[in-house]
Design a protein around this ligand. Structure first.
Ligand SMILES: [Zn+2]
Length: 264
């Protein structure tokens, strides 16, 4: 009787131990960063600018990110849990939770690796140096660079009305902004090549200046000094729009060339 009790005691202990271990393992997986994305880059390229979820809902899935707004009304930058809208006039404002977005990516930023960059002459050199920091080309990364810049060039997109033109057509006439000797933050992502069609492969970076009065989609930059933080993300959650327009839009067309025109 005593022996049985003892063995059942051990059974219970080992059961609890196994439970505890698997809960810890689960907690670790849960704790790993996940990129949360609304819609696909191809849908945006094809002109799907109908907002689908609200900025408030997006902020439930991350405190860091980028995207655009309903009617393609400017560039989105999410930093420290605040969503900013860089309008095509260059004006920046904090966005209310009820504004909708047709395309956005967000994550809870959690630094896994850091570095200091000094004297980076242009965006190509920046991308090259960042790429060297990535331990694999097969997962996602959120990238944050707080820096002093000699020059930053950005663009924003003007608000559209229906029927929406394709993004490449708008990008050809987009307003650009130059900032000289400015402090600010680059906010963005590096995505693996296999996301082609869903997200932007490799780099997609937005900028917001320190006093939150300027920013946009990054086109060029010259960095004096930057604190680089990289967040490794093995999780990816894609939410497709619920709208009829998404269901009807043609996404089987080749849009790789459009993406090159728009994002580079
Ligand atoms: Zn962008």
């Amino acid at each position: 009787m005593k022996i049985i009790k003892k063995s059942s005691f051990y059974l219970v202990v080992s059961f609890l131990l196994v439970m505890g271990l698997s809960l810890t393992a689960y907690a670790q997986i849960e704790g790993q960063d996940t990129l949360f994305q609304i819609s696909t880059i191809d849908a945006l390229l094809q002109g799907l600018y109908d907002g689908d979820i609200t900025v408030g809902q997006l902020l439930d899935h991350g405190n860091f990110g980028l995207g655009t707004f309903h009617d393609l009304d400017g560039e989105m930058v999410i930093l420290d849990g605040v969503a900013y809208q860089v309008k095509s006039t260059g004006e920046v404002k904090e966005v209310s939770d009820i504004v909708k977005t047709p395309f956005a990516v967000a994550t809870y930023f959690d630094e896994d690796k850091s570095a200091v960059f000094k004297g980076v002459k242009d965006i190509e050199e920046l991308k090259k140096e960042l790429t060297e920091l990535l331990p694999s080309k097969n997962i996602f990364y959120a990238i944050k660079i707080e820096g002093e810049f000699k020059h930053v060039k950005t663009r924003s997109v003007p608000k559209q009305s229906k029927p929406y033109p394709k993004l490449a057509k708008i990008a050809a006439t987009q307003p650009t902004f130059d900032f000289y000797n400015t402090k600010g933050t680059l906010v963005g992502f590096w995505s693996p090549y296999y996301v082609n069609g869903i997200n932007v492969p490799k780099f997609h970076l937005h900028f917001i200046n320190e006093d939150r009065t300027g920013g946009g989609h990054l086109l060029e930059c010259q960095l004096k000094r930057g604190e680089v933080q990289i967040d490794y993300s093995s999780g990816f959650q894609l939410i497709l729009p619920h709208s009829n327009s998404f269901r009807k839009i043609k996404l089987n067309e080749e849009s790789g060339e459009d993406l090159e025109d728009v994002e580079e």
